[in-house]
Write a protein that binds this ligand. Structure first.
Ligand SMILES: Cc1cc2nc3c(=O)[nH]c(=O)nc-3n(C[C@H](O)[C@H](O)[C@H](O)COP(=O)(O)OP(=O)(O)OC[C@H]3O[C@@H](n4cnc5c(N)ncnc54)[C@H](O)[C@@H]3O)c2cc1C
Length: 398
């Protein structure tokens, strides 16, 4: 039986571990944390991410927990529409999912061929000609036919195999929260969720997780919001961070103020936005009869402005498992590298263009941004949608 070691039990690691196990592999997942527990936030999945999950055999689980996210347009902090909401064709409509629900669905997909070991921090990787690949954690060495490095932005495996890829700050911080329905504000009919507001270096996005009063698509329903602000993360306690957010977003169009008022400090999840610059030059490293691949944020951490990080991790997992069904192991590792690098480069390029627009500060830059949003918005703002629409899971060769 073919064996795999997956380093990291995040969204990417769990997705690929389950897919390999379902195709008959014996899989060991090594996770640094003592418990596999996601943040209490949500994630937007564009159609590419949804398609990838379906290709991985997780479509039914996803459908049960996802809420459709209609286009809510883009406004300025003075309420002026930069981009009016537009009807979105069903096949280009993203969905939003609570991360804990998604984790539960991925864990349910692991089956009994996956051994999950927590509290194991991988610190080395072995890639030598003629030998099976292996990872080390302290004095322990775990060998397998395939090693999947899904250990996130600070990946120890990537640092060793692709030291050219550096983790850098993107110059902004994000705050996220899910306000459970029982204390979520009741919004007027003219204050729909789903849109975003863009200011000078600031952005606010909100979405519904399920519907108030119904059992809802998500078991952890409520209102999810994300606030992005240029600058470093704040060292103050959550109470002060929330007070700062209320000051920064004061006067922004409804429902921004109502949502911040309904948020409790314990709801807040703050994170520095970081990315890999440059990206790794290689995503697949053949080793003896097998190899090592980089997957998810370990391979391509990027700012979340297009909501594509997790979607790409699922694409990686779907591509790898499809290639492994078709080809010999070292060939599949090389094919994975060939297929994933150009795809990732395209999405990262679009994300960086979006970063420049979102982070425009200063009057001239803002005027240029607003003009750009007003005139080329369909091209620029639908870049996420087009990136999403472009990807299809690899089809087996006849
Ligand atoms: C504010 C924000 C909003 C976002 N919104 C979206 C969105 O709407 N849509 C979207 O598609 N993406 C979004 N993303 C991106 C998305 O969250 C990530 O791309 C995705 O979670 C990456 O998953 P991963 O499994 O690759 O890495 P991670 O989730 O980072 O998982 C890595 C795992 O590896 C473990 N680990 C790390 N080092 C080691 C080690 N040495 N040994 C063993 N285990 C280790 C970690 O503990 C962790 O469990 C967002 C990101 C941010 C910051």
């Amino acid at each position: 039986m073919r064996t795999a070691v997956v380093v990291g039990a995040g969204l990417g690691g769990l997705a690929v571990a389950g897919a390999l196990a379902r195709s008959g592999w014996q899989v060991t997942v090594l996770e640094r944390a003592d418990r596999v527990r996601p943040e209490p936030t949500a994630v937007v999945l564009w159609p590419n991410g949804v398609r990838a999950l379906h290709a991985l055999g997780l479509g039914a689980g996803l459908d049960a927990i996802a809420t459709a996210l209609p286009d809510g347009g883009v406004r300025r902090p003075d309420g002026h529409w930069l981009v009016q909401p537009r009807p979105t064709p069903a096949d280009r409509m993203p969905v939003v999912v609570h991360r804990e629900d998604l984790h539960d669905a991925l864990i349910a997909g692991l089956g009994d061929r996956v051994e999950l070991r927590t509290g194991v921090a991988v610190d080395t990787v072995r890639v030598r000609p003629g030998e099976r690949p292996a990872v080390g954690a302290g004095r322990h060495l775990v060998e397998a036919d395939l090693v999947v490095a899904a250990d996130g932005t600070d990946s120890a495996v990537r640092r060793q195999l692709a030291p050219e890829a550096a983790v850098v700050s993107s110059g902004s911080a994000c705050w996220r929260a899910v306000i459970p329905w029982y204390r979520a504000p009741r919004l007027a009919a003219d204050q729909p969720l789903g849109g975003e507001v863009l200011g000078a270096g600031y952005r606010f996005v909100a979405a519904s997780l399920g519907e108030r009063g119904s059992s809802g698509a998500s078991r952890r329903g409520g209102i999810y919001w994300v606030a992005t602000a240029a600058g470093a993360p704040r060292p103050e306690p959550p109470e002060t961070q929330l007070a700062l957010l209320k000051r920064w977003y004061a006067g922004w169009p409804a429902p921004v103020g109502e949502l911040l008022d309904a948020t409790e400090p314990a709801d807040l999840v703050q994170q520095e936005v970081r990315e890999l610059r440059p990206l790794p030059r290689v995503y697949g490293f053949p080793a003896g009869p097998g190899g090592v691949v980089l997957l998810g944020d370990a391979a391509h951490a990027m700012p979340p402005h297009l909501g594509q990080g997790a979607c790409l991790a699922f694409e990686d997992a779907a591509t790898l498992s499809s290639l492994l069904r078709e080809s010999r192991l070292p060939d599949a590792v090389q094919a994975y590298d060939r297929l994933r690098r150009p795809r990732v480069a395209t999405v990262v390029r679009q994300t960086r263009r979006m970063s420049a627009v979102l982070q425009a500060r200063g009057r001239l830059a803002l005027r240029a941004r607003d003009a750009a949003l007003g005139t080329i918005n369909p091209r620029l703002l639908s870049s996420a949608a087009s990136a999403a629409a472009q990807w299809r899971p690899p089809t087996p060769t006849p």
